[in-house]
Design a protein around this ligand. Structure first.
Ligand code: IYR
Length: 222
Protein backbone atom coordinates (compact mmCIF):
# COMPACT_ATOMS: atom_id res chain seq x y z
CA UNK A 1 0.00 0.00 0.00
CA UNK A 2 1.39 3.32 -1.09
CA UNK A 3 1.66 6.37 1.14
CA UNK A 4 1.77 8.58 -1.92
CA UNK A 5 -0.83 11.33 -2.31
CA UNK A 6 -1.70 13.48 -5.31
CA UNK A 7 0.48 16.53 -5.81
CA UNK A 8 -0.46 19.58 -7.83
CA UNK A 9 2.80 20.97 -9.25
CA UNK A 10 3.32 24.62 -10.05
CA UNK A 11 3.26 24.64 -13.89
CA UNK A 12 4.32 27.38 -16.31
CA UNK A 13 4.42 27.83 -20.09
CA UNK A 14 7.85 27.41 -21.70
CA UNK A 15 8.38 31.15 -22.39
CA UNK A 16 7.48 31.92 -18.83
CA UNK A 17 10.01 29.32 -17.60
CA UNK A 18 12.83 31.07 -19.51
CA UNK A 19 11.71 34.52 -18.35
CA UNK A 20 11.44 33.56 -14.72
CA UNK A 21 14.75 31.71 -14.67
CA UNK A 22 16.48 34.89 -15.92
CA UNK A 23 14.55 37.20 -13.61
CA UNK A 24 15.41 35.05 -10.58
CA UNK A 25 19.07 34.93 -11.57
CA UNK A 26 19.15 38.75 -11.94
CA UNK A 27 17.46 39.09 -8.57
CA UNK A 28 19.69 36.66 -6.65
CA UNK A 29 22.80 37.97 -8.38
CA UNK A 30 22.12 41.31 -6.68
CA UNK A 31 22.57 39.71 -3.28
CA UNK A 32 25.71 40.68 -1.41
CA UNK A 33 26.78 39.82 2.11
CA UNK A 34 26.52 43.02 4.15
CA UNK A 35 28.22 44.00 7.39
CA UNK A 36 26.39 47.30 7.81
CA UNK A 37 22.76 47.19 8.91
CA UNK A 38 20.11 49.76 9.73
CA UNK A 39 18.58 49.35 13.20
CA UNK A 40 15.11 49.80 11.64
CA UNK A 41 12.95 47.05 13.19
CA UNK A 42 11.63 44.09 11.25
CA UNK A 43 8.31 42.52 12.33
CA UNK A 44 8.57 39.04 13.85
CA UNK A 45 6.10 37.83 11.22
CA UNK A 46 8.68 38.48 8.49
CA UNK A 47 11.28 36.41 10.33
CA UNK A 48 8.69 33.65 10.85
CA UNK A 49 7.96 33.53 7.10
CA UNK A 50 11.66 33.45 6.27
CA UNK A 51 12.20 30.57 8.69
CA UNK A 52 9.17 28.70 7.31
CA UNK A 53 10.70 29.05 3.84
CA UNK A 54 14.00 27.61 5.09
CA UNK A 55 12.19 24.80 6.85
CA UNK A 56 10.46 23.86 3.56
CA UNK A 57 13.82 22.57 2.26
CA UNK A 58 14.34 18.91 1.41
CA UNK A 59 16.30 16.84 3.93
CA UNK A 60 17.73 13.34 4.31
CA UNK A 61 14.82 10.94 5.03
CA UNK A 62 12.74 14.07 5.70
CA UNK A 63 14.28 14.31 9.17
CA UNK A 64 14.34 18.15 8.97
CA UNK A 65 17.52 18.24 11.09
CA UNK A 66 17.54 21.98 11.77
CA UNK A 67 16.61 24.56 14.37
CA UNK A 68 16.51 28.29 13.67
CA UNK A 69 16.99 30.52 16.72
CA UNK A 70 15.85 34.09 16.00
CA UNK A 71 17.11 36.70 18.43
CA UNK A 72 15.98 40.31 18.73
CA UNK A 73 16.67 40.65 22.49
CA UNK A 74 19.45 43.29 22.77
CA UNK A 75 20.88 41.66 25.91
CA UNK A 76 21.34 38.30 24.16
CA UNK A 77 22.73 40.03 21.05
CA UNK A 78 25.27 41.84 23.27
CA UNK A 79 26.34 38.55 24.89
CA UNK A 80 26.71 36.94 21.46
CA UNK A 81 28.78 39.89 20.22
CA UNK A 82 31.03 39.76 23.29
CA UNK A 83 31.66 36.00 22.92
CA UNK A 84 32.07 36.17 19.12
CA UNK A 85 34.60 39.00 19.41
CA UNK A 86 36.60 37.00 21.96
CA UNK A 87 36.88 34.08 19.50
CA UNK A 88 37.57 36.37 16.55
CA UNK A 89 40.29 38.22 18.49
CA UNK A 90 42.08 34.88 18.87
CA UNK A 91 41.39 34.03 15.20
CA UNK A 92 42.92 37.29 13.98
CA UNK A 93 45.87 37.08 16.40
CA UNK A 94 47.40 33.77 15.34
CA UNK A 95 44.69 31.11 15.04
CA UNK A 96 44.14 31.75 11.31
CA UNK A 97 46.98 30.79 8.97
CA UNK A 98 48.91 33.43 6.99
CA UNK A 99 47.33 32.16 3.77
CA UNK A 100 43.88 32.54 5.30
CA UNK A 101 44.62 36.07 6.56
CA UNK A 102 45.86 36.99 3.07
CA UNK A 103 42.68 35.59 1.47
CA UNK A 104 40.63 37.80 3.80
CA UNK A 105 42.47 41.07 3.04
CA UNK A 106 39.99 42.08 0.31
CA UNK A 107 37.15 41.92 2.87
CA UNK A 108 38.94 44.26 5.31
CA UNK A 109 37.45 42.31 8.20
CA UNK A 110 38.83 42.27 11.74
CA UNK A 111 37.84 40.86 15.13
CA UNK A 112 35.27 43.60 15.80
CA UNK A 113 31.67 42.60 15.02
CA UNK A 114 29.36 45.59 15.73
CA UNK A 115 26.76 44.22 13.29
CA UNK A 116 25.94 41.54 15.86
CA UNK A 117 24.25 44.29 17.89
CA UNK A 118 23.19 46.67 15.09
CA UNK A 119 21.21 44.14 13.05
CA UNK A 120 17.66 43.93 14.43
CA UNK A 121 17.69 40.13 14.23
CA UNK A 122 20.27 37.38 14.49
CA UNK A 123 19.25 33.99 13.16
CA UNK A 124 21.44 31.19 14.46
CA UNK A 125 21.08 28.04 12.39
CA UNK A 126 21.68 24.84 14.35
CA UNK A 127 22.12 21.40 12.82
CA UNK A 128 20.66 18.44 14.69
CA UNK A 129 23.44 15.87 14.50
CA UNK A 130 20.94 13.30 15.83
CA UNK A 131 17.38 13.44 17.12
CA UNK A 132 16.74 13.44 20.82
CA UNK A 133 13.36 12.35 22.19
CA UNK A 134 13.68 12.26 25.96
CA UNK A 135 16.65 9.95 26.53
CA UNK A 136 16.21 8.18 23.17
CA UNK A 137 18.55 9.03 20.30
CA UNK A 138 17.56 8.58 16.63
CA UNK A 139 19.61 8.98 13.47
CA UNK A 140 19.58 11.92 11.07
CA UNK A 141 21.07 11.61 7.58
CA UNK A 142 23.05 13.96 5.35
CA UNK A 143 22.82 16.60 8.05
CA UNK A 144 25.32 19.08 6.55
CA UNK A 145 23.78 18.82 3.10
CA UNK A 146 20.23 19.23 4.47
CA UNK A 147 21.04 22.19 6.70
CA UNK A 148 23.15 23.76 3.94
CA UNK A 149 20.19 23.58 1.55
CA UNK A 150 17.82 25.01 4.19
CA UNK A 151 20.25 27.85 4.82
CA UNK A 152 20.33 28.58 1.09
CA UNK A 153 16.53 28.79 1.13
CA UNK A 154 16.81 31.10 4.17
CA UNK A 155 19.23 33.47 2.40
CA UNK A 156 17.03 33.55 -0.72
CA UNK A 157 13.94 34.30 1.42
CA UNK A 158 15.81 37.13 3.16
CA UNK A 159 16.80 38.58 -0.22
CA UNK A 160 13.23 38.18 -1.50
CA UNK A 161 11.94 40.20 1.48
CA UNK A 162 14.27 43.08 0.56
CA UNK A 163 16.51 42.45 3.54
CA UNK A 164 20.25 41.99 3.87
CA UNK A 165 22.18 39.18 5.52
CA UNK A 166 25.67 38.01 6.33
CA UNK A 167 26.83 34.40 6.58
CA UNK A 168 28.98 34.62 9.67
CA UNK A 169 31.01 31.88 11.40
CA UNK A 170 32.80 33.23 14.50
CA UNK A 171 34.51 29.87 15.09
CA UNK A 172 34.56 27.93 17.26
CA UNK A 173 30.85 28.60 17.75
CA UNK A 174 30.26 26.50 20.87
CA UNK A 175 29.39 29.70 22.78
CA UNK A 176 26.13 29.92 20.81
CA UNK A 177 25.01 26.57 22.17
CA UNK A 178 25.67 27.80 25.72
CA UNK A 179 24.18 31.30 25.42
CA UNK A 180 21.05 29.99 23.68
CA UNK A 181 20.84 26.96 26.00
CA UNK A 182 20.52 24.44 23.16
CA UNK A 183 20.40 20.69 23.84
CA UNK A 184 23.48 18.51 23.10
CA UNK A 185 22.15 17.20 19.75
CA UNK A 186 22.10 20.75 18.29
CA UNK A 187 25.39 22.15 16.96
CA UNK A 188 25.82 25.73 15.65
CA UNK A 189 25.99 25.81 11.85
CA UNK A 190 25.85 29.49 10.88
CA UNK A 191 25.13 32.87 12.48
CA UNK A 192 23.14 35.16 10.20
CA UNK A 193 22.51 38.83 11.05
CA UNK A 194 19.37 40.03 9.24
CA UNK A 195 18.18 43.58 8.72
CA UNK A 196 17.57 46.40 6.31
CA UNK A 197 20.83 47.58 4.78
CA UNK A 198 22.37 50.73 6.25
CA UNK A 199 21.89 53.94 4.21
CA UNK A 200 25.11 53.78 2.18
CA UNK A 201 26.54 50.30 2.62
CA UNK A 202 29.86 49.36 1.05
CA UNK A 203 30.92 45.90 -0.12
CA UNK A 204 34.21 44.51 -1.42
CA UNK A 205 34.74 44.77 -5.17
CA UNK A 206 34.32 41.09 -6.08
CA UNK A 207 33.52 39.28 -9.31
CA UNK A 208 31.62 36.05 -9.72
CA UNK A 209 33.04 33.19 -11.75
CA UNK A 210 31.72 32.98 -15.31
CA UNK A 211 29.24 30.29 -16.38
CA UNK A 212 31.96 28.38 -18.24
CA UNK A 213 34.04 28.30 -15.06
CA UNK A 214 31.25 26.94 -12.85
CA UNK A 215 29.32 24.67 -15.23
CA UNK A 216 30.12 21.71 -17.49
CA UNK A 217 27.50 20.66 -20.01
CA UNK A 218 27.27 17.16 -21.53
CA UNK A 219 24.90 17.53 -24.48
CA UNK A 220 23.76 14.98 -27.07
CA UNK A 221 25.98 15.06 -30.18
CA UNK A 222 24.36 16.30 -33.40
N1 IYR B 1 35.29 34.53 10.92
C1 IYR B 1 36.16 35.66 10.66
C2 IYR B 1 37.06 35.45 9.50
C3 IYR B 1 36.43 35.26 8.18
C4 IYR B 1 36.54 34.04 7.55
C5 IYR B 1 36.03 33.84 6.30
I1 IYR B 1 36.32 32.06 5.36
C6 IYR B 1 35.34 34.88 5.65
O1 IYR B 1 34.80 34.67 4.38
C7 IYR B 1 35.25 36.12 6.24
C8 IYR B 1 35.77 36.28 7.53
C9 IYR B 1 35.33 36.94 10.52
O2 IYR B 1 34.11 36.86 10.38
O3 IYR B 1 35.90 38.02 10.54
Amino acid sequence: MSNYINYNPFRLKKDEVVKRSKAFYDFMNKRRSLREFSDRPIPKEVIENIILTAASAPSGAHKQPWKFCAISDPLIKARIRQAAEEEEFTNYHGRMSEEWMKDLEVFETNWKKPFLEHAPWLIVVFKETYQLDGDEKYKNYYVNESVGIATGFLLAAIQNAGLASLTHTPSPMGFLQKILKRPPNEKPFLLIPVGFPSDHPKVPDLERKKLEDVACFYLPSE
